[in-house]
Design a binder for this molecule. Structure first.
Ligand code: DGY
Length: 432
C-alpha cells in the first residue's frame, strides 16, 4: 500500500486500526482515568495519562478532560503532580504506595514525570469540537497547571540556574536510559529483599536489571527518610540530573501555558514569573550543548559532567525550540543519519552506541510519543522530510505490530506491555 492510499480516510486498514485504538483506551479505562496497560502498569501514570488524553480527544472530549481532572486531583499542596496515582489497590505492580510511604489523600509516588500535560491541554483547547466546554475545563485546570510549573521552577531549580534537576530515573520517564548509568552507579543499593512484578508480565530481557532496581529503590527510601522535604532532598540527594528531556518538555509546556494564558485571558504575575524563568532556561541551555558532538546532552549535576551518550532525549531540544540555526542544521543531519542506522526509527539510543540494546527498556527501542515530539520539533524547524520519515516509520510499526509499549528498531517487533494506551492515543492523534 502506498502512503497516499494509506492517508485516504477510507482505507479499511486505517479504519480497523482506528477502531482498535479506541477499543484499547476503552478497555484500559478504570472509570475516568486510563491505565497504561493492565497488569504491568495498573495505576494512573502522569505523562502516560496526558498523552492518552490526546487519544480520548479524538472520540470523547468529555472523557479526555476527565483524564486530566483526575490527574490533577492527585496534585500535592506544593504543586507537584506525582508520577503515579495509586487510585485503587493492585498487587500486580511493585513498588506500591506502602514502599513510597507518601501520606496523601490520594496515594501516590513522591516524584513527578515529564510535564507534557500543559502542551496536551493547549492542543485539546485548540482542537476541541466543543470549544465552550473545552474553555470551561481549561479555565478550571489552568491555575493547577501554573502551580505545577511553579513547582518545577521553584522546587527543582531553587538557585535559578535555568536548569531543573530530577532525582530519579523514573522521574525522567525514560527510566532505563543509558544516560543515567554512571550517575546511578554512585547510588547505593537497598539491602532489603523484594519481589519484582514487572518481569512477571514482560520478558526480563526487555526490562531493567536487578542492579538498577536496587538503586531505584534506594532513592525511593531516601525520599521517604527525608520526609519528602524539597530543601533537604535538593541538598543531599545522591542522584541529581539536568535531564535534557524533562528540561525540553517543561520549556515547551511553559510556552504552551503562556499561549493558553492569553487564550483564556488568565495572565497574571505568576505567568509573568514563568516567562522570566523560561528566559533563564534559554540562556542556560548552552551548558548542555556539546560542541564536539554537536548534540544536547543531560548533565550529572553531582559531577558537573555532560553525559555523552546519544539518546533521543537530545532531539527534544527541537521540540522545545532551544536550538540556534546552526544547532538545528546539525540536529537535522544527526536525525537523518540516525534514521538510516536501523530498519525502523527512531531508536531511543543511537544504534552505533556501545550501550545500545534494541529491545531493552529505553536503551534502544522506539517510543511513538517521543517520535511524535521529535517529528513536531523537526517540522517546526523546517525539516518536513525528516519529520515525515519518522511519522511513516511510526505508522509502519503500528501496522506491523499493533499498539505495543515500544518497538524493536531492528525488526519492528512490539516489546514491553501490549494494548498500550499512549501508543493507541498517539496513533489516533498523529498517525491515523
Ligand atoms: C516502572 O515501574 O517501570 C515504571 O515505568 C516506573 O514509572
Amino acid at each position: 500500500m502506498t502512503n497516499s492510499d494509506w492517508t485516504a480516510s477510507t482505507s479499511p486498514q486505517q479504519q480497523n486500526l482506528r477502531a482498535l485504538a479506541e477499543k484499547t483506551l476503552i478497555n484500559n479505562d478504570l472509570g475516568g482515568y486510563t491505565v497504561p496497560t493492565h497488569g504491568l502498569y495498573p495505576f494512573q501514570w502522569n505523562w502516560d495519562s496526558a498523552i492518552t488524553a490526546l487519544g480520548w480527544m479524538q472520540f470523547d472530549e468529555q472523557r479526555a478532560w476527565q483524564e486530566l481532572e483526575i490527574l490533577f486531583s492527585g496534585q500535592w499542596p506544593d504543586g507537584m503532580v506525582p508520577h503515579i496515582l495509586f487510585h485503587k489497590d493492585s498487587d500486580s505492580y511493585f513498588p506500591g504506595p506502602v514502599v513510597w510511604g507518601a501520606d496523601k489523600p490520594i496515594k501516590s509516588t513522591s516524584i513527578s514525570q515529564p510535564p507534557v500535560v500543559g502542551s496536551v491541554m493547549k492542543i485539546m483547547l485548540e482542537q476541541a469540537k466543543d470549544p465552550h466546554f473545552a474553555r470551561e475545563k481549561a479555565t478550571t485546570l489552568f491555575n493547577k497547571l501554573v502551580d505545577y510549573h511553579l513547582w518545577w521552577y521553584q522546587q527543582r531549580d531553587p538557585e535559578e540556574t535555568g536548569l531543573v534537576v530530577t532525582y530519579h530515573p523514573w522521574e525522567s520517564g525514560m527510566d532505563n536510559s543509558p544516560a543515567w548509568d554512571d550517575a546511578l552507579q554512585a547510588v547505593p543499593c537497598v539491602t532489603w529483599s523484594y519481589e519484582r512484578r514487572d518481569t512477571k508480565h514482560v520478558d526480563s530481557a526487555q526490562r531493567p536489571h536487578k542492579s538498577e532496581y536496587d538503586r531505584f529503590l534506594y532513592l525511593v527510601d531516601f525520599f521517604k527518610q527525608h520526609q519528602f522535604d524539597s530543601k533537604r532532598i535538593f541538598a543531599q540527594c545522591p542522584y541529581k540530573m539536568n535531564d535534557i528531556g524533562i528540561i525540553a518538555i517543561l520549556h515547551r509546556a511553559s510556552k504552551d501555558l503562556l499561549i493558553m494564558s492569553e487564550m483564556l485571558q488568565m495572565q497574571d504575575e505568576r505567568t509573568e514569573y514563568i516567562a522570566k524563568r523560561m528566559e533563564v532556561t534559554q540562556q542556560a541551555i548552552s551548558a548542555l550543548w556539546c560542541e564536539k558532538d554537536h548534540y544536547f546532552y543531560s548533565r550529572n549535576v553531582l559531577t558537573n559532567q555532560l553525559v555523552a551518550v546519544k539518546t533521543s532525549a537530545g532531539l527534544l531540544s527541537l521540540y522545545a525550540g532551544f536550538a540556534s540555526a546552526t544547532q538545528k542544521t546539525s540536529l537535522n543531519k544527526t536525525s537523518i543519519e540516525w534514521l538510516q542506522a536501523s530498519q525502523f526509527s527512531l531508536a531511543s539510543t543511537h544504534p552505533s552506541a556501545s550501550c545500545y540494546e534494541p529491545q531493552r527498556y529505553w536503551r534502544g527501542p522506539i517510543w511513538l510519543h517521543i517520535n511524535w515530539m521529535i517529528a513536531l520539533g523537526l517540522e517546526e524547524s523546517g525539516y518536513q522530510d525528516t519529520a515525515k520519515s519518522i511519522q511513516n516509520d511510526s505508522r509502519e510499526l503500528i501496522k506491523l505490530a499493533g499498539f505495543y509499549e515500544y518497538f524493536n528498531p531492528e525488526t519492528g517487533a512490539g516489546c514491553g506491555g501490549k494494548d498500550f494506551s499512549w501508543t493507541a492515543a498517539i496513533a489516533m492523534h498523529w498517525l491515523l
